[in-house]
Ligand binder design. Structure first.
Ligand code: SAH
Ligand code: SF4
Ligand code: F3S
Length: 438
């Protein structure tokens, strides 16, 4: 029997898909690339923006034909989208050929439900409203063997006013440090070189413990693992980025000099409406402290344009922040109204055309800054973890610097998974090009 997992959404979802795949293999299924070849298809969904949901609905719609050709095909739809009130029932109505629906807190039940579905005719829906216990020791089928994702905490308590994640992922729950260390130890022994510690807000890690043990303490422990070369984390919230954390990172050997700090907006008025818990001034101070303690640091961000009530002046503040901080890269999004969130009810929604106009201005500015920053790296030497062949030119290899920049260079297969030194010869907006130093 063959299966395929199609993933939409963030890294947390990608990692959930690795677990879904692990469970499928445990019950004897083999992975395939094409939906036509599969006996079971699992679509792991995202609902952070409407555009994501539309793409998913389109993808599911296209599976109807496959189901007609192969009535034994089991179609499962799981994850965030289904965790919204009434979403599972709505989906089954719209796409009655879907066999199983699983909420974000139910993915560990996949094997059981597949076997139940095989014995019956009805579509099965399992969407728990509350979190339940953290499931340890689930099988994982990792993508690749160089970089691994490790969940350190689940859920989010922040309730940023635009965001649906806290509603679909539940409250914050931290994994025990021992469980995390054990997983990373195994990864090191298996030859993985890099770990990405995952959570919606990694720096509130441990706040739910009775003993004092926070994200900085966790990094310090993971840093001692002799087999792992690089440690990254995703995502950190600027409000909770303590001086202790900056100091810990600056002293660590393996935690990479890359800070992804979503600012979301540059105007204090909008930040307040967003319920982000910091001002632009606090953000500038944090950036200053990072630049002082970790001089090589790259800093990237997420920005939303067109939050309800965003005026030209508010938007000008966002552009001003970009010019002042000079981000290495910014992921920019059009505000998307998510039902159930406080911002969806705010009266002054910004017209779609205006949102797009602002987004374009923002992207043009950021692209020119990203390029200028990259150009300054020409002539320097960078340590690169080689990941594989480059997607664009097949004789070229690609990897990342500690600062998370993509570098493309001529190389060979034997370098994959190794750290190499590369002379940077030229710079583009989104990547660098260079030659390996022999
Ligand atoms: N927990 C992370 C990321 C969550 S989602 C954090 O707090 O940074 C990733 C990004 O999607 C967010 O940083 C935000 O920029 C964007 N996003 C979330 N909700 C959105 C919405 N309703 N419309 C547009 N972008 C949104
Ligand atoms: Fe959403 Fe805010 Fe939580 Fe990030 S911190 S997941 S943006 S509510
Ligand atoms: Fe999307 Fe869920 Fe991640 S809504 S962004 S997949 S937590």
């Amino acid at each position: 029997m063959k299966y395929l997992v199609k993933t939409f959404g963030c890294q947390m979802n990608e990692h959930d898909s690795e677990i879904l795949a692990g469970m499928m293999e445990q019950i004897g299924y083999e992975q395939v690339e094409r939906p036509e070849d599969a006996d079971a298809i699992i679509i792991n969904t995202c609902c952070v923006r409407e555009s994501a949901e539309n793409r998913i609905i389109g993808y599911i719609g296209n599976l109807k034909k496959l189901k007609e050709q192969n009535p034994g095909l089991i179609i499962t739809v799981s994850g965030c989208m289904l965790q919204q009130p009434g979403a599972a029932e709505k989906l089954i109505k719209r796409a009655p050929f879907v066999d199983l629906v699983l909420g974000t807190h139910n993915i560990h039940r996949l094997p059981q439900l597949i076997s139940e579905r095989q014995g019956g005719n009805e579509s099965l829906i399992e969407v728990a409203e509350t979190e339940g216990d953290i499931q340890e020791e689930l099988p994982v089928k990792r993508q690749g063997n160089i970089k691994a994702q490790v969940t350190i905490m689940y859920g989010c308590n922040n309730f940023c006013s635009y965001c649906i994640v806290p509603f679909v992922r539940g409250r914050e729950r931290s994994r025990k440090p021992e469980a995390i260390e054990k997983e990373i130890k195994c990864l090191g022994a298996e030859g993985f070189k890099e770990v990405l510690l995952l959570g919606q807000n990694v720096n509130s890690y441990g706040l739910d413990f009775t003993e004092a043990f926070d994200f900085a303490d966790l990094l310090e422990r993971v840093d001692r693992n002799p087999d792992i070369e690089r440690i990254r984390y995703m995502t950190s919230h600027p409000r909770d980025f303590t001086q202790k954390l900056v100091d810990t990172i600056s002293k660590s050997q393996k935690v990479c000099e890359h800070f992804h700090l979503p600012i979301q907006a540059g105007s204090n008025r909008i930040l307040k409406q967003m319920n982000r818990g910091y001002s632009r001034e606090m953000y500038f101070e944090l950036v200053e402290s990072i630049r002082e303690k970790v001089p090589k640091a790259s800093i990237t961000t997420d920005i939303i344009v067109g939050f309800p009530g965003e005026t030209d002046d508010d938007f000008a503040d966002t552009l001003d922040v970009i010019k002042r901080v000079r981000f290495d890269a910014a992921y920019t999004f059009l505000y998307s109204r998510r039902s159930g969130t406080p911002a969806a009810k705010m009266s002054e929604q910004v017209p779609a055309e205006e949102k797009k106009r602002r987004l374009q201005i923002l992207m043009d500015l950021e692209n020119s800054i990203s390029r200028e920053i990259n150009e300054k790296l020409v002539g320097t030497r960078e340590e690169v973890l080689v990941e594989g062949t480059s997607k664009t030119k097949d004789i070229m290899f690609s990897g990342r610097t500690r600062t998370n920049k993509i570098v493309i260079f001529p190389g060979n297969e034997s370098m994959i998974g190794k750290l190499v030194n590369v002379n940077i010869m030229s710079a583009k907006t989104w990547h660098l090009e260079g030659q390996i130093i022999k």
